[in-house]
Design a protein around this ligand. Structure first.
Ligand code: ADP
Ligand code: MG
Length: 697
């Protein structure tokens, strides 16, 4: 029965330009089962071309190639893949084993492509490898074997799917004469078992053991000689078991395709084989991911602080008004520009009342008398308020403790809407006469631990008021610690407006000035509703560019603006670095495809579909994504931890709020950009021409 028949087969290679090269002309020949055919001929005569056509690796020919009386040309892609996988077994001169897979895995690759059960694969492969004398080598890698052993592995791989035709292109070309003998013996037995073995060889000596010699010259068959004296190997001596019968083939159940899991394993093996490259790439990508997570964490951390601060300071029924002043906050003269004169207060009040009247709002600002709803406040721009001095009590160990002096960073008069909720200490109260409230920085100043916070209440300190020329020392009691989350580590003082006013008057008298008292830098209007508050705020924002909200509000605004700019800048940077990461992955995967061109050719020759190749490379990019994501998360946790420590020691708080879903997002992004980056290389890999890939050095 004719297994294989070629009728008038012609093959032309397209050369540069319009030129063509005729590699095969009018080849007509047929083969039967059990034949061991030697194809001989000069180098370049067209032997490999013929093999590739028969093997279904090259469909660009004219004429007919019939397999079991079916024209190969009628095969669809899928059938052709199946044909290569099941009908044909390829053996190459250079073995073409996949270097990063073990011997066992190399042999089972065709079964893996059919999604055969692991146990069945191992059983089949072990049986074959044992027969070929390789049972002790199955865990080794191809590089650990000799040439003859490698070729036996390649033969095992060609036989694993029990094909009808074995195509061996110069299988002994790279072997010495002893090993050549062994390999030929094996091929002969395969033929004697009823398979068609077509072998390309250079040497007549090798050809001698075959049952038929076909000689090609310049693409034409010039000799076709069957040997009458061909002796089949006696059955009992055969290593290869006879079992190919048409029946057993037909009952073979329909097999699957390369599974996701197998593709993942194959990709993992390959990545492992070039782990340094992959880890370096993952580190590169993970830096981008880290910058993204940290950016989000900073954004959320800072927003958290600002919102906390805003929640504390703003009161929906209080309008806070202060003057805008530009200049160096360390310069005390700026304070003069921030003060409201009585006249200015009056003008502003009239303006607001006129507005309210025009809007038919019944609320009016009242500056005096019993129904007064405008309160004064005072705050210093920054450092200038003066100092606090603490003299610790003498103890036995420390009979003469040193006095401590601390600069006050900000001084605020307590806003009228302040209440106990603004206090950090459980005991204590809003400060009144001869009292002040301090920020948490007081703890350190007083030499106390965080846990000793309640001990602050009632501690006595000396307050040195120091506004320009005015100087005064006053003994005061700390009535509570105030919560000012954003500036926790700075020494901030809250003091009652009237008390401070009295102190200033006292100081003015003591320094020989007129007792004019304090000029407000802050006006608070207690309104009747949020609506009124908004009305006044909007009016001031639009029409009084010289005025602003409270200092706290201004700071909050400034921080929000800074944060916005900062976030935009970081988003852009993170975006750019992610784009760079994507290109980097693309380049690495693209190079990986180039490096593995031959391997792709081998996979195709043993029946891998385009889809399978694509899947393997896509899985690889998926794994790159997972790896990068994991490295990125680890790196972020490390860097975030370090940054938290640094921030805490510098600022007393860490504006880093790492939420778990930032990590999930980073992982997702990592996988998505990797998979996207892998699309092009894997498509390219899938499209590679098998014949050219196999020629690839
Ligand atoms: P052999 O295996 O007998 O040494 P080949 O079948 O590889 O020869 O090649 C036959 C001829 O076809 C040679 O002259 C070779 O240069 C030419 N050839 C092979 N492949 C190509 C190709 N892809 N493009 C152009 N010419 C080719
Ligand atoms: Mg060749």
């Amino acid at each position: 029965m004719k297994v294989l028949e070629l009728i008038d087969v012609n093959k032309e290679y397209k050369l540069a330009g319009k030129e063509k090269f005729k590699a095969l002309s009018d080849v007509s020949v047929s083969f039967e089962r059990g034949e061991l055919v030697s194809i001989i001929g000069e180098s370049g005569s067209g032997k490999s071309t013929l093999m590739n056509l028969i093997g279904g690796l090259d469909s660009d020919y004219t004429g007919t190639i019939n397999i079991d009386e079916i024209d190969l040309k009628t095969f669809k892609d899928k059938q052709l893949d199946d044909y290569r996988k099941k009908k044909i077994g390829f053996v190459f001169q250079s073995f073409n084993l996949i270097p990063h897979l073990s011997i066992l895995e190399n042999v089972t690759i065709p079964l893996t492509l059919s999604n055969v059960k692991e146990s069945e694969k191992v059983e089949k492969a072990t049986k074959l490898l044992t027969k070929l004398g390789l049972e002790s080598q199955i865990r080794k890698k191809p590089t650990q074997l000799s040439g003859g052993q490698k070729q036996r592995v390649a033969i095992a791989r060609a036989l694993i799917n029990d094909p009808d035709i074995i195509l061996a292109d110069e299988p002994t070309g790279a072997l010495d004469s002893t090993t050549t003998g062994q390999i030929l013996e094996i091929l002969k037995e395969i033929a004697d078992d009823g398979k068609l073995v077509i072998m390309v060889t250079h040497s007549e000596k090798v050809a001698k053991i075959s049952s038929r010699i076909v000689e090609i010259a310049d693409g034409k068959i010039i000799r076709d000689e069957k040997k009458a004296d061909y002796m089949a190997t006696p059955k009992e001596e055969r290593i290869i078991e006879e079992k190919t019968s048409a029946e057993t083939k037909k009952v073979k159940k329909k097999e699957g395709h390369l599974s996701l899991w197998s593709a993942l394993k194959l990709s993992f093996h390959n990545m492992w084989a070039s782990k340094t490259k992959n880890i370096l790439m993952a580190i590169g990508v993970s830096i981008s991911l880290m910058s993204m997570i940290l950016m989000l964490s900073f954004g959320s951390g800072l927003t958290g602080y600002i919102t906390a601060t805003a929640g504390e300071y703003s009161n929906p029924t209080v309008v806070s008004i202060s003057k805008k002043a530009n200049g160096n906050p360390l310069d005390t003269s700026i304070l003069e520009a921030l003060k409201f004169t009585e006249h200015e207060v009056q003008t502003l009040t009239d303006e607001i009342n006129a507005l309210l009247e025009s809007k038919e709002n019944s609320f009016r600002v009242i500056t005096d008398g019993e129904n007064k709803n405008l309160e004064y406040g005072f705050s210093t721009p920054t450092i200038s308020a003066g100092t606090v001095v603490y003299k610790p009590e003498s103890t036995e160990e420390e009979p003469n403790p040193e006095e401590k002096t601390e600069q006050i960073f900000y001084t605020y008069t307590t806003p009228p809407y302040y209440n106990e909720t603004h206090l950090v200490t459980e005991s204590g109260h809003i400060s009144g006469e001869n009292e002040i409230m301090l920020s948490k920085a007081a703890l350190k100043f007083l030499g106390l631990e965080n846990s000793q916070i309640e001990e602050v209440v009632g501690k006595e300190v000396t307050l040195n008021i120091n506004f320009g020329d005015i100087k005064l020392s006053k003994q005061v009691t700390i009535s509570a610690i105030v919560d000012i989350s954003l500036f926790e580590s700075m020494m901030v003082m809250y003091i009652d407006y009237n008390f401070l006013n009295d102190c200033v008057k006292e100081a003015q008298v003591a320094n020989g000035y007129e007792a004019t008292g304090l000029s407000p830098t802050q006006l608070y209007i207690q309104t009747d509703s949020e609506q009124t508050t908004d009305l006044i705020n909007n009016y001031i924002e639009k029409n009084r560019k010289d005025l602003a909200g409270s200092v706290e509000e201004q700071l909050e605004k400034m921080f929000s603006e800074m944060l916005n700019t900062f976030s935009i800048a970081l988003t852009v940077i993170a975006g750019i670095s992610l784009a760079v990461a994507l290109i980097m992955i693309l380049v690495v995967l693209y190079m990986s495809v180039s490096e593995r061109t031959r391997e792709i050719g081998v996979l195709k020759s043993i029946g891998a579909r385009k889809k399978d190749i694509k899947l393997i490379f896509s899985m690889e990019s998926f794994l790159v994504g997972i790896l990068s994501g994991l490295v990125g998360i680890a790196l972020t946790l490390l860097t975030g931890g370090i940054l938290s420590i640094v921030f805490n020691s510098l600022l007393g708080f860490a504006p880093i709020n790492m939420l778990w879903y930032y990590f999930a997002e980073a992982m997702l992004i990592s996988v998505v950009i990797s998979v996207v980056a892998g699309l092009y290389p894997s498509a390219k890999a899938a499209k590679l021409d098998p014949v050219e890939s196999l020629r690839h050095e």
